[in-house]
Design a protein around this ligand. Structure first.
Ligand SMILES: Cc1cc2nc3c(=O)[nH]c(=O)nc-3n(C[C@H](O)[C@H](O)[C@H](O)COP(=O)(O)OP(=O)(O)OC[C@H]3O[C@@H](n4cnc5c(N)ncnc54)[C@H](O)[C@@H]3O)c2cc1C
Length: 1012
């Protein structure tokens, strides 16, 4: 190089007239290669880098850091040799020409163009683009151009894209000919100031021209820039990546992006004003550059096959596909296939008004949530890119042939309807090959659908940068073959098989993720629209809601009156006993208020039992009358499935015993009933674990359960209880209040697993302080022995010492477990999971028209939970959107004080990734508690830090059963600390504590936020 070049302050934005030199990235005398960043300058918008597209040595005079230089003025020079380098303050080299600076349209280097002529260069429109083919000129020479005009379209290696110009002027030749290939950064046309300066010539020698076709009919020849040899271009020395659209990136970030193959357009910048930094690039995923990956393929894998005939050179897109497919040879892939029935998905997509392609993409993304590795990628060398965003590439045929693969982004989080709208636009642009880079770059998963071509099976090839591609063939009677080809370095066969099974479920049951698509009752001449099996809180609430909407509903219950466990053996009878125990317990507080002579309270067991039974029977009759009143057909008998649309209601009374059950089809002792939908609400009876002597004890009557304890003829003198759950704890204190000596054994370290840990701990202490009650945790029960009225519990205590408690009875309170076998679920195809019926948040089982609610599906086994789920099932059957959310459920343990919970504890919030804080107050400071002497306990609020949303309330307080109402509304209504703090609570009530807690936590969070 004998000439020197001037590096001018580039115009880096439309409005920029001058720039401040921020830094010199190269020192005087440094060798500068094409694409090097030599300096950064601050424009009127951001700090940007100055790239040079010439080779040479940086030479002075250079503009000082912090100096302001007008656009177009020299900031430094490039000279041909080290010897010619001038110092920072040296004299400018004589006849310096202008170096090509990125972003600045250059003046013609040939010197044969008028002054103030600007060059329109071939833009770099994708990471991998090195050249472009001129497809069309959208403006003619001489036409006036305004900022933002599209003057031409060019074909990159991926799509046809617009060339926009951000100057005003007149389009002038020499114009690169249509079909000619122009290297990135080279001139393709000019802009002149005046019409008389316009030249309408075609490109001269300094432009790439189309060459004569080598053969008749053959395509164009490519004038590619010389590829740098590997020695000249070590990884980090690569030319910087293209500037990201609409954001800034630091010079080093761009260099790093180039060397790591990272697409800057896809990155969120963590620098000032969203600038992409090198750290952002390091964290990012790579874009596999097909050609580079292909270069890593050993030569023997790419044999040079002699093919007779004259080959037409591939066009840019064909070359890109070829390179990418060759690169995929480096992937150790395998195939796994499954058949799925597509009818439900097709119907669902139609109902939602979305394309089946988009519905499949969304199903794929939903299934990926359960199997994230399908969406990862192998990154050379030996790294895995674990990504959360599911961006699905799906092939579309372009006009004139060839496949284009637009990428539908954010399939994991965006709603189906929004994805569908995006897809429409993508398809339209893809057909015309007018996709923007971010619309086709970096899919994380791919889908290839050839169902419409009637192919029976095929597999597709994943491209580097993805781990798997799904091939969809045409549906037959066996279903639609789905074949995944996967990269074994990322996912193994079992993972892919599990993924395909989940995907099959998503396709066959789209309601599970799309929501109800209308009433769930299939068309048919059913005896009943819906049959509800079980008349407890779950079944009753469901049946009443359905009947209220005019559906023909039957409710089968194997008891004369509805109400289930809750009414007959659970909530209501236990609270009757609790109420009696409360009266005895409260006498202790009388003296505090100056009332004497009342502590002689005595329990009359028989009277209590008459009252208790009376309440149950009256409520049972009331329930039956209501059920009949709302036109539910109430059938007494034991129901089991005969098929997926038929049950048999056995009225023999032996139905739970498979040996005594009426033979299928024998209608003499029962009734066959066909149904459109069924709801299983059969509850869960007490579970008796295999402790030596336990089952024998149950048989003899020495060991009681929550089903049989109601038969006691009197409060026992001494009672052993096994199990520190809600039932065990309530019963333990009730009987201690009745005067029974109670010992409770719990195997775990703590009682009440569903209750917030601090609340449970305090309750344990309070209960242990009761004179007749002892709680032991971390015990091993060795044996139960004896007979009714004279039993013994032998156990090993927390210290390992053997202990024995002699008692009248043992109450087994070791949880509840559904009994599923008699239901013959297999006849209907209903799946179970760990001993409960599998149901989703909409209470749907594995069979789309069969639902399950309440204790039979596990989780919180509580009456209001069952009721809420019953209403969710009813809404889903009616085609309405409803979900059960355990994170907003609640419960009360009716001890004294009562323990209660709504929503999440700190522990649970953390497990769900919620950054939360808690605040608590002891009851001992509350005026009302002091007056009545009910000072034991505390109340806690848990709130999400960022939003102040209250996500949990935990209570240990007398009157929790009423206090909790406000807490339930806080959590369900997603009230904030601010809202609860501002609410005017009446005085003197304990609800004031909620306001106080909310204000305290809000103020703490405000203070800690300020410090951050
Ligand atoms: C001692 C005790 C105290 C409790 N206290 C509380 C409390 O304070 N608060 C609370 O929320 N929860 C409490 N519970 C729990 C509550 O009782 C249950 O969670 C609730 O009853 C579950 O309702 P469900 O509808 O799922 O089932 P269930 O109430 O058990 O109802 C199921 C019904 O289906 C019938 N059935 C079963 N199989 C068939 C069949 N094949 N055909 C026909 N009918 C069938 C059963 O006989 C039963 O009537 C307590 C439980 C116990 C044992």
């Amino acid at each position: 190089m004998n000439e020197s070049y001037v590096i001018k302050m580039p115009q880096l934005s439309d409005t920029m007239t001058e720039g401040v030199v921020v830094s010199w990235e190269k020192q005087i005398g440094d060798k500068v290669a094409r694409g090097d960043i030599v300096a950064t300058v601050e424009t009127d918008k951001a700090i940007m880098d100055v790239e040079v597209f010439r080779e040479g040595y940086l030479s002075g005079p250079v503009a000082a850091v912090d100096s302001t230089v007008a656009v177009g003025e020299a900031i430094a020079y490039l000279v041909a040799s080290r010897e010619e380098v001038q110092g920072a303050d040296g004299t400018a080299p004589g006849e310096a020409q202008e170096a090509e600076v990125f972003g600045e349209p250059e003046t013609d280097a040939q010197g044969d163009l008028p002054n103030h002529t600007h060059v329109i260069k071939m833009p770099q429109l994708s990471d991998t683009m090195t050249e472009g083919v001129v497809v069309s000129w959208e403006k003619k020479p001489g036409e006036p151009i305004v900022r933002g005009d599209v003057v031409a379209t060019v074909e990159t290696d991926k799509a046809i894209m617009d060339v926009e110009v951000f100057r005003e002027g007149y389009l002038s030749g020499p114009l690169a000919e249509v079909d000619s290939t122009v290297p990135v950064g080279h001139a393709m046309a000019y802009l002149v100031e005046k019409p008389e300066q316009v030249s309408d010539t075609l490109a001269k020698s300094h432009m790439a021209k189309p060459k004569a076709a080598p053969q008749q009919g053959a395509g164009r020849e490519v004038t590619a820039p010389p590829a740098p040899s590997p020695a000249q271009s070590p990884a980090v020395e690569a030319a910087p990546a293209a500037r990201p659209a609409n954001k800034q990136a630091t010079p080093y970030a761009r260099k790093l992006a180039a060397s790591l193959n990272v697409n800057l357009n896809n990155l969120k910048g963590s620098g000032p004003e969203g600038e992409v930094t090198a750290e952002d690039v390091r964290r990012a995923q790579p874009v596999a550059r097909p050609t580079e990956v292909a270069e890593q393929v050993p030569a023997h894998v790419l044999p040079h096959v002699q093919v007779p005939g004259h080959g037409r050179p591939m066009n840019a897109m064909e070359r890109a596909v070829s390179a990418s497919m060759t690169a995929s040879l480096t992937m150790p892939t395998f195939h796994v296939s499954i058949n799925a029935r597509p009818e439900a998905l097709i119907k669902a997509a139609k109902r939602k008004g979305v394309s089946v392609t988009v519905a499949i993409a969304k199903a794929c993304a939903e299934a990926i949530k359960a199997h994230p590795s399908i969406n990862w990628a192998y990154q050379p060398v030996d790294k895995l890119v674990e990504r959360d965003n599911v961006d699905i590439g799906m092939a579309v045929t372009a006009e004139g042939g060839g496949l284009v693969v637009p990428v539908l982004r954010g399939c994991e989080s965006r709603p189906l309807e929004e994805l569908n709208e995006s897809w429409k636009g993508l398809v339209e642009r893809a057909r015309k090959r007018r996709l923007a880079p971010e619309e086709y770059a970096n899919p994380t998963f791919m889908v290839s659908n050839m169902g419409m071509y009637g192919v029976s099976w095929f597999d597709a090839i994943p491209t580097p940068g993805t781990a798997a591609i799904l091939a969809i063939a045409a549906a037959t009677e066996q279903g639609m073959p789905l074949t995944i080809t996967a990269d074994h370095r990322v996912a193994n066969g079992a993972e892919v098989a599990a993924y395909l099974n989940t995907l099959k479920g998503m396709i066959e049951q789209p309601e599970s993720w799309m929501g109800p698509l209308g009433p769930a009752i299939p068309e048919g001449a059913w005896d009943y629209d819906v049959v509800v099996i079980g008349g407890g809180p779950g079944g009753e609430d469901c049946a009443r809601d359905l009947a209220g909407h005019g559906l023909k509903v039957a409710m089968v219950n194997d008891a004369p009156l509805p109400g289930g466990e809750c009414l007959w053996r659970g909530c209501i009878p236990s609270k009757a006993w609790r109420a009696a125990a409360d009266r005895i317990r409260d006498r202790a507080h009388d003296a505090l208020l100056g009332i004497t002579g009342t502590n002689t309270a005595k329990l009359d067991w028989e009277k209590l039992e008459v009252h208790r039974r009376g309440v149950l029977e009256e409520r049972g009759r009331m329930a039956l009358n209501t059920d009949k009143g709302v036109r539910i057909k109430v059938l007494q008998g034991f129901a089991f499935f005969e098929s997926e649309h038929r049950i048999f209601v056995d009225t023999s009374g032996n139905a739970e015993d498979p040996h005594a059950r009426a033979p299928l089809g024998d209608a003499s002792s029962g009734e066959h009933i066909s149904f459109g939908c069924a709801v299983i609400a059969t509850g869960a009876p007490p579970f008796v674990p295999p402790i030596p002597g336990a089952r024998e004890g149950v048989a003899s009557g020495g060991v009681l359960t929550s089903d049989t304890v109601w038969g006691l003829k009197a409060a026992p003198q001494r009672l052993g209880i096994i199990g520190g759950g809600a039932i065990g704890m309530e019963m333990a204190q009730i009987f201690q209040d009745f005067g029974t000596e109670v010992v409770l054994l719990e195997g775990k370290e703590r009682v009440l697993a569903e209750v917030e840990p601090e609340i449970a701990k305090h309750l344990t202490e309070v209960l242990n302080a009761d004179p007749n009650l002892t709680l032991h945790t971390s015990v091993k029960v060795r044996e139960l022995k004896g007979e009714p009225g004279s039993m013994a519990m032998v156990f090993e205590d927390a210290e390992g010492a053997e202990q024995r408690f002699d008692c009248d009875y043992v109450l087994m309170a070791t949880g509840k477990r559904p009994v599923l076998e008699p239901l013959q679920l297999d006849k209907a195809g209903v799946a179970t999971d760990n001993g409960v019926i599998r149901a989703d948040a909409r209470c749907r089982t594995s069979v789309p028209h069969i639902f399950a609610v309440g204790d039979v599906i596990g989780g919180l086994m509580l009456a209001h939970t069952a009721g809420a789920q019953g209403r969710v099932a009813a809404a889903t059957i009616l085609g309405e959107e409803a979900r059960y959310d355990e994170a907003k459920d609640s419960g009360v343990i009716f001890t004294r004080p009562e323990a209660g919970f709504v929503g999440l504890s700190m522990e649970q919030a953390k497990a769900r990734g919620i950054d939360a804080a808690e605040v608590k107050v002891p009851l001992s400071i509350d005026a009302k508690a002091m007056i009545t002497g009910e000072t034991a306990g505390l109340i806690k609020l848990v709130a999400e830090k960022a939003s102040g949303r209250i996500i949990g309330v935990h209570l240990l307080a007398d009157h929790t059963d009423t206090l909790i109402g406000e807490a339930v509304l806080m959590v369900e209504g997603e009230l904030t600390l601010q809202q609860v703090g501002n609410a005017i609570h009446p005085h003197p009530t304990q609800t004031e504590l909620f306001g106080e807690l909310a204000r305290r936590l809000a103020s703490r969070l405000r203070r800690s936020n300020k410090k951050r």
